[in-house]
Ligand binder design. Structure first.
Ligand SMILES: Nc1ncnc2c1ncn2[C@@H]1O[C@H](COP(=O)(O)OP(=O)(O)O)[C@@H](O)[C@H]1O
Ligand SMILES: [Mg+2]
Length: 426
């Protein structure tokens, strides 16, 4: 179905309240009042919202009490009833509840006219009668899966990281169409012969947002994010064996995004003698990836600053579906990133900042913005009682920019351009 389900965000409140309101009139009642629902939403109890073409079309919300959760309401816009949206919302909601360590989910539904006059005659006021459904030990909450996730240091990320990626429209577009949508709607993708990806690599200069994208994809899918850190795995002694154990734990999870950063350190070209110590590790990964690919609802994301130093066998199409370049942001993306830092000061000349930050990465821009904020702060302290506008001004930013050494050198850009030609697979 062409909807996307995301975690409830503050700016969904009006739309969700409206949905609850209109659907209550249509008989989608609940024992929880609108006020209770709003209370749950504003205290950030688990809730999910379905959106189609930018319009909220359904919502499901719950409240958690100890290890039990109550589904408070599933509201579906009238035009979307009977299309499986309610169960999709419930499934997504359950995932959040499972992650919150809930062991029992209760759902109180209004029932048809089953009660006669008895209660009313006894002085009861009729409330919507209830049919009580309960699911003990919801799927995915198995003790082993929970233990494996803890063991791997995995966790669910906040639901809005995708929206937090400023600019980078071209990269976002590719990642959304090739990665997120097929994984979010696998049955629909299968109808067209589209196989959801199982492994992708992101490559590009440091600080361009590879880690940010990996986290944003996990957030968007609502999957736990597990980062395998070779340096930490190596502490256990034998890196190849540690990787094997980690992947075995990953296999116990129902759904997961596994992230390996700086993968060139563990899968370098095997013909380089200086790297011979890593051959066993590379071989192990080559064996682990096909097995990992057999599972559903899982994605391996590897990131590297140096795709050319990866073993070619490692990157074969059968192992990695897409090799996606993440470059320095173009003018539109820089403008989006600058405007985020300068949001406080509408007088800041964004065009000047965009023009002066040609080769900077988002990480460089973040650093410059911090430096500029620091200058504004120090000036303010020196000026006695606060009078100046809050936040850095254009001059602060330009001054900080003039001292910034871009991470990415022209030589790195040339190399990246060549790597795109020889390696990118979209
Ligand atoms: N598109 C973006 N919008 C805003 N901030 C970004 C963006 N991409 C990266 N950043 C910020 O820049 C810094 C470096 O990004 P990161 O994802 O770690 O880069 P990489 O993994 O490619 O080295 C992080 O602090 C991140 O929050
Ligand atoms: Mg990184």
């Amino acid at each position: 179905m062409n909807w996307l389900i995301h975690d409830y965000r503050e700016d969904d409140l009006a739309a969700v309240v409206h949905l609850i309101d209109v659907t209550a009139e249509l008989g989608q009642e609940s024992v929880f009042s609108l006020a209770e629902c709003i209370g749950a939403l504003t205290t950030r109890q688990p809730a999910v919202v379905a959106v189609s073409e930018g319009q909220p079309i359904g919502a499901a919300l719950a409240c958690v009490a100890g290890d039990r959760a109550w589904v408070m309401r599933i509201a579906i816009a009238p035009a979307w009833r009977g299309r499986g949206l309610a169960s999709a919302l419930l499934r997504e909601l359950e995932r959040r509840l499972v992650a919150a360590r809930v062991r029992r989910i209760a759902y109180v539904l209004p029932e048809e006219e089953l009660l006669g006059e008895g209660l009313r005659n006894a002085g009861y006021t009729r409330r919507p009668a209830v049919a009580y459904f309960e699911k003990a030990e919801p799927a995915g909450a198995s003790a082993t899966a929970t233990a494996s996730l803890d063991e791997l240091g995995g966790r669910l990320l906040p639901g809005d990281l995708w929206a937090e990626v400023a600019g980078m429209e071209a990269e976002k577009d590719v990642i959304e169409r090739r990665i997120v949508l097929p994984l979010a709607a696998p049955e629909r993708a299968a109808r067209h012969g589209v196989l959801p990806p199982r492994a992708i690599a992101l490559f590009g200069p440091p600080g361009t947002g590879k880690t940010t994208f990996a986290r944003a994809v996990a957030s968007r899918l609502g999957w736990p994010f597990v980062e395998l850190l070779p340096s930490r795995l190596a502490d256990e002694g034998n890196l190849a064996a540690a990787l094997r154990t980690a992947f075995a734990r990953v296999a116990e999870l129902e759904r997961v995004l596994v992230f390996i950063d700086e993968v060139e350190e563990i899968a370098p070209v095997r013909s380089v003698p200086a790297q011979s110590g890593m051959h066993g590790v590379t071989n192990e990964l080559l064996k682990l990836i096909p097995r990992f690919r057999e599972g559903e609802e899982r994605l391996l994301v590897c990131a590297t600053n140096s795709i050319r130093s990866l073993d070619p066998a490692f990157l074969r199409p059968g192992r990695f579906d897409y090799l996606i370049p993440i470059g320095t942001p173009d003018a539109a993306a820089r403008s989006a990133i600058w405007s985020r830092y300068a949001a406080q000061r509408p007088d800041v000349d964004l065009d000047a900042l965009v023009a002066a930050s040609g080769r900077l990465t988002p990480a460089d821009i973040e650093h410059v913005a911090r430096t500029a904020a620091q200058s504004a702060f120090e000036r303010d302290l020196g000026a006695g009682p606060a009078t100046a506008p809050a936040g850095a001004g254009t001059a602060d930013y330009l001054d900080a920019l003039s001292h910034c050494r871009p991470t990415v050198t022209p030589a790195m850009i040339d190399q990246f351009t060549a790597d795109i030609a020889s390696h990118a697979r979209l």
